[in-house]
Design a protein around this ligand. Structure first.
Ligand SMILES: [Ca+2]
Length: 356
């Protein structure tokens, strides 16, 4: 999420604040959008296999607040169920680590991007976490025997990052490691955000390989790398460069840029069943000041869901929400049981979106 833009605007462009919308505290459906209230800043979502519900990473405004890993199964009895909280981050720990040996534990759970994938016969959830250090956390996901019961998560270790890191989103790679976006270099935060917006503080993509550790991927420098996805064969990654307004594909082995596709203000992404990549795109970042740190209601900032044919580069806006209403801006949307479910870095609700 584009933390720098609104903070920058607060500091520099006071007039923008007048254009920012009201916070909508209602939880009533509006048109094709039904808000599902009772969750904290659900910045990223993953779909469990076999109709097993949605996994949610509750954001905490970049580590300002703790958040939880949460499960949600839509339906008449739906509720948000916390699977892991700060009080028990290492739930289910049994010595079988998928991360670094002797990884220093985070002092709070405050998630950002998450990624669910197969790991042999297991299911692995990766979690970007903000605490006094930046981490990527590993959990093993055990599905319940029926779709109305929450899965369980078990701690499988972590990887800790240098003090300059400010992470956003992560994907698993076939070698048991991962690629994770680093938005910019941590220094004085406001200064870093202003420098990032001026192109003076590049982020990049980290790769972690079991047994050989962290490295910065070549050619990945960008002003604010945000969401990331991985191709089905695991050989390439798709990185959303928010400020350049560009989706980039990198070859994981050679680290060369393979493809560039223009899409405005892109946050997270998810694969659609038809093979296209669905991007959450913000319509107007300069009106998002009321959204930051908002724990109740919705700032209603506008967004588009953009489906990208990654082979042809063709883009299609499949849903657009103007400013206002009970949800927004989306940072992610996933298809599930014939509908779309969107999350946001702001507010206390998901959106259930019905497309006809
Ligand atoms: Ca993101």
């Amino acid at each position: 999420m584009p933390a720098f833009i609104c903070r920058y605007s607060v500091v520099v462009v006071l007039s923008v604040l007048a254009a920012c919308g009201e916070v909508d505290m209602s939880c009533e459906a509006a048109g094709d959008v039904t808000p599902l209230c009772g969750v904290q800043m659900p910045e990223d979502l993953e779909v469990m296999p076999n109709d097993g519900g949605l996994l949610i990473g509750e954001y905490g405004d970049g580590g300002q607040l703790p958040g939880a890993l949460v499960w949600y199964q839509p339906g008449p009895r739906a509720e948000f169920i916390q699977l892991v909280t700060s009080s028990d981050i290492t739930v289910g720990k049994n010595g079988d680590t998928w991360g670094e040996e002797n990884c220093p534990l985070p002092d709070q759970l405050s998630p950002h991007g998450i990624h669910l994938s197969s790991r042999g016969d297991s299911l692995q959830l990766l979690v970007v976490n903000h605490s006094s250090k930046e981490h990527v956390l590993f959990y093993e996901v055990q599905a319940a025997e029926n779709t109305e019961t929450a899965p369980t998560l078990a701690w499988r270790g972590c990887v800790a990052f240098p003090p300059t890191a400010v992470l956003n989103d992560v994907v698993a790679l076939p070698d048991g490691g991962f690629a994770v976006t680093n938005m910019y270099q941590r220094e004085n935060q406001i200064l870093a955000q202003i420098k990032s917006s001026l192109g003076l503080n590049d982020g990049h993509v980290w790769r972690w390989v079991p047994g050989s550790g962290l490295k910065v991927m070549a050619n990945s420098a960008a002003k604010m790398p945000n969401g990331i996805e991985v191709s089905e064969d695991g050989e390439s990654i798709w990185v959303n460069n928010y400020i350049e307004q560009e989706l980039r594909q990198y070859d994981v082995a050679t680290e060369e840029v393979m493809t560039r596709i223009k899409v405005a203000n892109i946050d997270n992404s998810a694969w659609l069943d038809d093979g296209r990549l669905l991007l959450a795109s913000h319509l107007s970042p300069l009106t998002m000041s009321p959204c930051f740190g908002l724990t109740k209601g919705s700032c209603g900032s506008g967004y588009e869901l953009v489906a990208v044919d990654t082979k042809s580069g063709a883009t299609e806006v499949i849903f657009r929400a103007e400013q206002g209403g009970p949800f927004g801006p989306a940072t992610v949307a996933v298809p599930y049981q014939g509908k779309f479910y969107a999350g946001s870095f702001s507010g206390d609700r998901l959106a259930e979106i019905t497309l006809y």
